[in-house]
Structures are given as structure tokens and as C-alpha cells.
Design a protein around this ligand. Structure first.
Ligand code: HEM
Length: 380
């Protein structure tokens, strides 16, 4: 296929800077339609932008979630954050992680999204505690309410008081930040401390066996299947981490959409969050790494090559399988929290509106947080 011409207006944007560009969608659409799979020499990455190509990469057996020679990012290796990262099902392929994944997926599937939204509404009262909704408070809320609600739904004692809830969400966010390639030394150190804090908190929080509730039952089933208890604990924290930045981004982008004043009257936040997951997706891309030489989308790719998978570009021209927003991924690592995330984001927006947050004012003063894959507004 001939490389497509990229217009002058698109010169200032590339597949990574698009994530935090004010309006990357014309550029993404152009790529999806005319350059569905290409090599970006400057970035040193293959780029998949067409819907078929995105699906093909995400389902290819040689395309792995980590470089085979580097299971943990070098900055985290040897730290508590690296130990935790290395055990996450999200960051691993292969048979060794399949049994634990087989236990975690039904655990998530058993959470009813509308019950989650109700619980979020109750916990919002604990977190808001009567203060006015400044931009800073809105930012804090976006990063706290979804994580705290998920922890609570899993049966963890996070809602003991406001300080505990804020501390748990803060440590989850610090660990999530440390995973970014943009994390500096301070962020990596904070992530290591956060991983340690979360591991100790979780160990104290779990009731001694035998006990009922989703997490003791998960530990018992894992023990019976011979799965390492540390891997189970790491992945419980992993669920909170998965819920953190992406759900904050979905709720934040939903607020922005409301603030632009183009949303039809009567659209409820949950419905709007589902639309925003397609039109202004929180997770814009993901990466895959070739474990062996392969033929991919008509090109010869080499072991060790990296592919940037532009979920947001595919999203410009439809839905995955015709029904799921591309932002939740596809194939072996598809997000199992998609419906829950939309319910939590909707409930977060609803709680903010109920406490006087003004989307129009928020949309007048914001920037996107520095990120190479998530589009997360920070209100100023
Ligand atoms: C708007 C919010 C969310 C978005 C956009 C999102 C997006 C994604 C994406 C793109 C992936 C695939 C990553 C890859 O393989 O490259 C993923 C995986 C995952 N997500 Fe989400 N997610 C969201 C919220 C959640 C929530 C709330 C949970 C937990 C309740 C969750 C749990 C997971 C897990 C466990 C995986 C790993 C699955 C596996 O390794 O097979 N996500 N998510």
C-alpha cells in the first residue's frame, strides 16, 4: 500500500502527541482510512490505525503485552513496584497466568454496574464532605471515587473514613503514574513506596481464612488451584490500578463534553459516558511487542519490534465487534471492566454535578495530563 499523504495541518501531530492534542480526531481518521498500518521511522514504531489492523495486531499470537526480554520496565525493576508489575495478568501473556485470569474475570463479571453506581453515590457523600467543588477538588474526585468504589465493591475496608479512602486512592494513583514511560525518578520512587503501602494495607484488610466475601473466596479458589498468594494480592491491587487513570479520564472527558454545551438536554451522565468512550476515548492507544518474526497486516515485522495500536483511530470509524468501544481494547487482553467503568464514570459525573461542579467553567480552563496513552483532563 502507498503511504498516504499527511496534510500540513497534521505535521505538528504524531501518533504519540495525538494523545494530548486538542483535537486529534481528523488526524486519526486520516490514518485509519489511508494509512492503516505503517512504520513511523522517527518514533521507531509500527503503527496500526485501521480497525481491521488494530484487531489483527491485538489477536496475533506473536504480539505480546511486554517486550519478551523486558517483562518489567527497567526503571521499576528491583523495586516493590516492579515486583507487583511483574505479577499482573495485564502485563503477562501465556499459560502461566491463565488460571488466575480465569478466576478474576468472573469476579469482575459478578459486579452489577447499576449496584456499583448506587454504591458510588453513597461513597461520594463520604468523600465530598461539604466542601465547594473547586477545579482541584474535581480533579481529586475523579481519581478517588471510582477506585474507592471498586475497592468497596470487592469488600475491602476502604470506606472506614475519608482519610483512609483518600490514602488508598492516592497510593493507587502513585503506582499507576510510576508505570508511565514519562515517570521521573521521584515518580518511580513514589510508585515503589505506594506499591509497598498497598501490599501491607491489603494484607491487613483481608480477613483471616475461612471467611466469605469475594476476596477470601478468590484466595481460597486460587489456593486450591495452586496459584501463588502474592500473585493474587498483586492482581487485586492491579484491578484498582486499571480502574484509576482510565476511569478518571472517561469521567473527565464526559465533563468536558457537557461543558462544550452540545449535549442534548435530558442525556444522563451514564449514557453520555458511553458515547464519550467512543468519541473522545480515555485510552487512546496500547502497545504490542513481537516475540518472533512474523507477517503482520501485509508487512514483515521482526522479533523485538514494537507496534503502537491506535485504539482512538479505529474508534473514529466504528466499534470493536460492531458493539464495544475500541478504547477497551480487543482480543486476549480486552478490558473486563468496560461496563463497570462506564457506570463508575457516569456516577462520578453525576455526583460532581449534584455538588455544584460547573462543566462550562471546567471546560474553559484545563490541560491534558502528560501521557503517551491516556487522555486525562486536568482542570485548572
Ligand atoms: C474507562 C475506563 C477503562 C478503560 C478505557 C480501560 C481500558 C482497558 C484496555 C485498553 C485494556 C487492554 C490493555 C491491553 O491489553 O493493551 C484493559 C485491560 C484491563 N482492564 Fe480496563 N479499562 C478501564 C477500566 C477498567 C476497570 C474499572 C477495571 C476493573 C474493574 C479494569 C480492568 C482491566 C483488567 C483486569 C485488564 C487486563 C485484562 C487482561 O490482562 O487480560 N479496567 N483495560
Amino acid at each position: 500500500m502507498l503511504p498516504a499523504t499527511v496534510s500540513d495541518a497534521d505535521d505538528a501531530i504524531d501518533p504519540l502527541s495525538a494523545v494530548t492534542h486538542p483535537d486529534p480526531y481528523p488526524y486519526y481518521r486520516e490514518l485509519a482510512m489511508h494509512r492503516p498500518f505503517f512504520r513511523d521511522q522517527r518514533l521507531g514504531l509500527w503503527v496500526a490505525a485501521g480497525a481491521q489492523e488494530v484487531a489483527a495486531v491485538l489477536s496475533h499470537p506473536e504480539c505480546r503485552v511486554r517486550p519478551p526480554a523486558q517483562p518489567v520496565p527497567p526503571a521499576l525493576a528491583g523495586t516493590p513496584a516492579g515486583d507487583l508489575f511483574g505479577r499482573l495478568i495485564r502485563m503477562n501473556d501465556g499459560a502461566a497466568h491463565a488460571p488466575l485470569k480465569g478466576l478474576l474475570m468472573p469476579l469482575l463479571a459478578a459486579i452489577d454496574p447499576s449496584a456499583a453506581a448506587h454504591r458510588a453515590a453513597a461513597l461520594a457523600a463520604l468523600l465530598a464532605a461539604g466542601t465547594a467543588m473547586s477545579a482541584e477538588r474535581v480533579n481529586g474526585f475523579l481519581f478517588t471515587l471510582p477506585v474507592v468504589t471498586l475497592a468497596d465493591l470487592l469488600g475491602l475496608p476502604v470506606a472506614v473514613d475519608r482519610d483512609m479512602a483518600v490514602a488508598v486512592a492516592g497510593h493507587v494513583a502513585a503506582f499507576a503514574t510510576a508505570q508511565s514511560p514519562l515517570a521521573d525518578t521521584n515518580a518511580v520512587q513514589a510508585g515503589a513506596g505506594a506499591a509497598q503501602w498497598l501490599a501491607i494495607w491489603l494484607a491487613d484488610a483481608l480477613p483471616p481464612a475461612p471467611a466469605s466475601g469475594p476476596l477470601p473466596l478468590l484466595h481460597q479458589a486460587a489456593h486450591a488451584a495452586g496459584i501463588d498468594a502474592q500473585a493474587v494480592s498483586a492482581n487485586i491491587i492491579g484491578l484498582l490500578v486499571q480502574a484509576c487513570e482510565a476511569t478518571a479520564a472517561l469521567a473527565g472527558n464526559t465533563l468536558l463534553q457537557l461543558g462544550r454545551g452540545t449535549v442534548p438536554a435530558g442525556t444522563v451522565p451514564e449514557e453520555l459516558a458511553a458515547q464519550v468512550a467512543v468519541s473522545d476515548p480515555p485510552v487512546q492507544n496500547t502497545r504490542r511487542f513481537l516475540a518472533a518474526d512474523a507477517r503482520l497486516c501485509g508487512h514483515d515485522v521482526k522479533a523485538g519490534d514494537a507496534v503502537l495500536v491506535l485504539l482512538a483511530a479505529a474508534s473514529c470509524i466504528g466499534m470493536a465487534d460492531g458493539k464495544r468501544p475500541w478504547t477497551f481494547g480487543d482480543g486476549r487482553h480486552t478490558c473486563p471492566g468496560d461496563r463497570l467503568a462506564q457506570a463508575l464514570a457516569g456516577a462520578t459525573v453525576r455526583a460532581l454535578l449534584a455538588r455544584g461542579a460547573d462543566p462550562a467553567a471546567l471546560a474553559r480552563a484545563f490541560r491534558y495530563r502528560p501521557s503517551l496513552n491516556a487522555r486525562i483532563p486536568h482542570f485548572c
